[in-house]
Design a binder for this molecule. Structure first.
Ligand SMILES: Nc1nc(=O)c2c([nH]1)NC[C@@H]1CN(c3ccc(C(=O)N[C@@H](CCC(=O)O)C(=O)O)cc3)C=[N+]21
Length: 286
């Protein structure tokens, strides 16, 4: 292996220790920020992610608010929980764990959330603010990717970045963040309709792989020295996480984010950042 590691675990730990100080300062003013999660159903992976988020809360001193509904919950029942968290002053920010069970209108649920409490940065109002260059909570995974690159000194300014995927949580917002003046990257978005993915990949200084296709990114398609971020989460038959990036890429790339231990912990850290920032904004407005 020749690539250097984009260490998400260590970077997330550093962010969390910085947040711990900011949370303590809020508590001095009598404010304890709280992160809420809404989990519907009993998908083991979702349960594990949500449990991780509450462990993070305990670490940085945030209060945890957990709402759990059975897989049989109706649209109305989920919406009632969303309305309740919108009103709850103890809840600074919250997420509705996705995906929701079949038959539930996910977008309607997300639209019902108070945009000021949107810890995921995925509310339509906040995605719109991102397009308009207005301050807003940022989507956690794309923001985690950028923070991870910056923490390791990978040059984004002027870089050719290929984003693989067009999902709502990563693929679609990622280019919006990368093309801000503060990042200044040139972005090509590839997806299942791309005619020659390899031709685009070979040109990339940075690859963000968020396709959800195991080992889609092959060593022969990566420019030597490129930074490759594996954001894919598929699971094989044994439940083991399979990334989008073939292990052989580590021999060619200059930087690689492991999976697990790369972008996943960064997503969680950015979620905490959104909650602490929301609490600081609310405190400043008092
Ligand atoms: N409303 C909503 N917001 C989300 O942010 C959201 C979601 N729904 N639904 C599912 C995806 C997935 N996701 C992960 C976050 C952290 C890890 C993570 O920390 N993973 C560890 C390993 C964990 C393990 O071993 O399973 C790692 O990469 O090192 C993984 C996956 C957030 N998501």
């Amino acid at each position: 292996m020749s690539a250097q590691i984009l260490d998400g675990k260590a970077t997330a730990a550093a962010i969390k220790s910085e947040l711990t100080v900011r949370v303590a300062a809020l508590k001095e003013k009598g404010i304890t920020p709280g992160l809420g999660t809404v989990l519907v159903g009993d998908d083991p992976a979702s349960q594990k992610y949500v449990a991780g988020k509450h462990r993070d809360c305990a670490q940085v001193g945030l209060a945890s608010i957990q709402r759990q509904l059975p897989a049989t919950a109706t649209q109305e029942e989920i919406e009632a929980v969303v309305r309740e968290l919108n009103e709850d002053p103890a809840c600074t920010g919250y997420i509705v764990q996705l995906p929701l069970p079949k038959g539930i209108d996910e977008n309607r649920i997300l639209e019902l959330m108070d945009p000021a409490k949107d810890a995921d940065g995925l509310h339509p109002t906040n995605l719109g603010r991102l397009v308009l260059n207005e301050p807003a909570p940022l989507p956690c995974t794309p923001n985690g990717v950028i923070t991870l690159l910056r923490a390791h000194g990978v040059e984004i300014n002027g870089a050719e970045v290929v984003v693989v995927g067009r999902g709502v949580t990563i693929g679609r917002p990622m280019p919006l963040l990368l093309t801000r003046r503060s990042e200044n990257a040139t972005v090509t978005q590839c997806h299942t309709g791309t005619r020659d993915l390899a031709a685009h990949l070979r040109n990339a200084d940075i690859i963000v792989a968020a396709a959800g296709v195991p080992h889609l990114i092959k060593p022969e398609d990566v420019k030597p020295g490129a930074a490759v971020l594996d954001v894919g989460v598929s699971r094989n038959a044994e439940g083991k996480i399979m990334g989008d990036v073939h292990p052989g890429v580590a021999e060619v790339a200059g930087w690689i984010s492991p999976n697990p231990g790369g972008v996943g912990p960064m997503t969680r850290a950015q979620l905490l950042v959104n909650v602490v920032e929301a609490a600081e904004r609310a405190a400043a407005a008092l």
